[in-house]
Structure formats: C-alpha cells, structure tokens
Write a protein that binds this ligand. Structure first.
Ligand code: AMP
Length: 282
C-alpha cells in the first residue's frame, strides 16, 4: 500500500495508474477503522478498481466540538488493517492540505430539505461539512466509483445529490450493506467508546429497527414507534428519534406505506455516545 499525505503526490500517482487503464474506487473514512470500512475496500477490489482509501477526521462536519475531540484516532492500526485488506492507496492529509485556504474557501453545497431532516435537524451544519470534505476529496481523487456505507443512509443520499449538483456524472456511488456485530449492533468507530454494559445495551437500536420491520403488517407505526422509544428509555438509552421515511427521499411517513420503498431510522445516545442505524423495510 502506498501512503500519501500531499494532494500533489496522490494526484500524480492516480493519474499514472489511470493512464495504465486502471479504474479508481474511493473509500473516504475518518479512520478508527473496523470491518465495516474494510468491507467497502473489499467491494472496491472485487469490482476490479484500484482501491483508494482516505483517513481524515474532518473538523467542519462536527457541530459538537467534544465529539471531534473525543473521536477515536488509531493511525497505526488503520494502516495495518488496510494493508491486510489489500488496499492500494491510502491518503492521510492534514487539515491544511484539505483546506489550504481555510474551509470557507471550499464550495458548500445546499442540499435543501434533505439537510434539514433527521441527522440534519439534530446536527445543524453537519451535512454542509460532509459536502465540503467529500467535494474536495472527489476533486483530488476523481474516482470512477465511490463506495459508501448504507449505515449512514442520509449521508449516502446527500453525497448522491452532491454528485448530481457538481455534475460528476463519471462517478458512480455504490451504497454498501451495513456490517453488524453478532448481536446486530452496526459497526461504528464510536462503539469503542462504549463501556461494557453500554455496549450490551447498544444492540437495542437494531432490535427496534427489526421490530419496526416485523410489525409493519400488524401494528400502526405510531404504536411501534412509542414502544421503541419507551423500551429505550426504560433501559437507560436516550432516544433522539425513531422514524419511518420514504427510502428515496427521506420524506417522513407517519404510517407504513407498502406502495413505496421505506426505511426506518434511529438515533440514540448510549451514555455519552450517540449512535445511528437504519433498516430498509422489506
Ligand atoms: P466514517 O469513518 O464513520 O465516516 O465512515 C466511512 C465510511 O464507512 C462511510 O461511507 C460509512 O457509511 C462506512 N461505514 C461505517 N460503518 C459501517 C458499517 N458498519 N458497515 C458498512 N459501512 C460502514
């Protein structure tokens, strides 16, 4: 695996590989890597793309500064995991390299309604920051395919919109399945901040999603939603939202609607750690 810290160097390398006829697959991450991230690299390789992974904890997408300070950083372990996974290229820039003229100099996209819902409502400015960093990284890597996890479902829709707004018709977004622990908890870099009892409780998020799916033919959504909220509170988890939405747009649904693809989304605080998850309803 080749590691680059400078935009100029990675650009040159990718350009040479492109000239040799290689297609480029890109996996942007914030590090503290786990098997969820590695599954994206694996998919990228399966498709025959040269795998380019980035590790950059983007300050502009953290509306909560303590979340930024506490975000886990495990550089050496990340390099080892990516090497073992057969990743071709790792980009690990400093903030000065990503924002040489300050973050304000980078285009901020307006995602309209999509950035005001769910995570957008709970984390004001978050998706503007995501748009900035992804837009900037796409300018550097210019991938044929962009591999992103369905775990961050709203982020996938935001980035799809970014591809559309920026006219990047040569970059295809590949939405990859969520990788889970044995008890169903979605893998996340934040999970490592959970204490053992908190970690045991955290699987409740996925159990709620499964119950929303299982009860769609039998129970009004509002009833299931209340059950989920009550159950979490009873166990000491602080729910942020339990919602049902149209999968393509995230338009909120107050009732199950079998005529459209639906997604259930959940966010909750387990101790000081805020977790999110979602499930496409079958
Ligand atoms: P992050 O480092 O958390 O910003 O995530 C980087 C990429 O990995 C994003 O596209 C995430 O959606 C994806 N990702 C994170 N966790 C998982 C998971 N459990 N399964 C699949 N993809 C994931």
């Amino acid at each position: 695996m080749v590691i680059f810290k400078k935009e100029k160097d990675i650009r040159e390398y990718i350009e040479l590989e492109r000239k040799k006829g290689r297609t480029i697959g890109f996996v942007p991450t914030m590090g503290a890597l786990h098997n969820g991230h590695i599954s994206l690299v694996a998919l990228c390789r399966e498709r025959g793309d040269m795998s380019v992974c980035s590790v950059f904890v983007n300050p502009t997408q953290f509306n909560d500064k303590s979340d930024l300070v506490n975000y886990p950083r495990t550089e050496a372990a990340d390099i080892e995991l990516l090497t073992d996974a057969g990743c071709d290229v790792l980009f690990m820039p400093d903030a000065d390299e990503v924002y040489p003229n300050g973050a304000d100099a980078v285009r901020a996209y307006d995602f309209g309604k999509l950035e005001t819902l769910l995570e957008g409502a709970k984390r004001p400015g978050h998706f503007r920051g995501v748009g900035q960093v992804v837009g900037r990284l796409l300018d550097i890597v210019e991938p044929n395919r962009l591999y992103m996890g369905r775990k961050d479902y709203q982020q996938c829709l935001i980035v799809k919109d970014l591809l559309r707004q920026s006219g990047r018709t040569n970059t295809e977004m590949v939405m990859c399945p969520t990788v889970r622990e044995a008890d169903g908890l979605a893998m996340s870099s934040r999970n490592r901040r959970l204490t053992e009892p908190q970690r045991a409780l955290a699987a409740l998020l996925y159990q709620c999603l499964v119950s929303i799916q299982a009860k769609q033919a039998s129970t009004p959504f509002a009833v299931v939603q209340k059950e989920c909220n009550d159950l979490m509170v009873a166990k000491g988890i602080e729910p942020d939202y339990v919602e049902l939405a149209v999968a393509d747009t995230l338009d909120p649904l107050t009732e199950y609607d079998a005529s459209v693809p639906m997604v259930a989304l959940i966010a909750a605080r387990v101790g000081a750690v805020r977790l999110i998850d979602n499930l496409l309803l079958q």
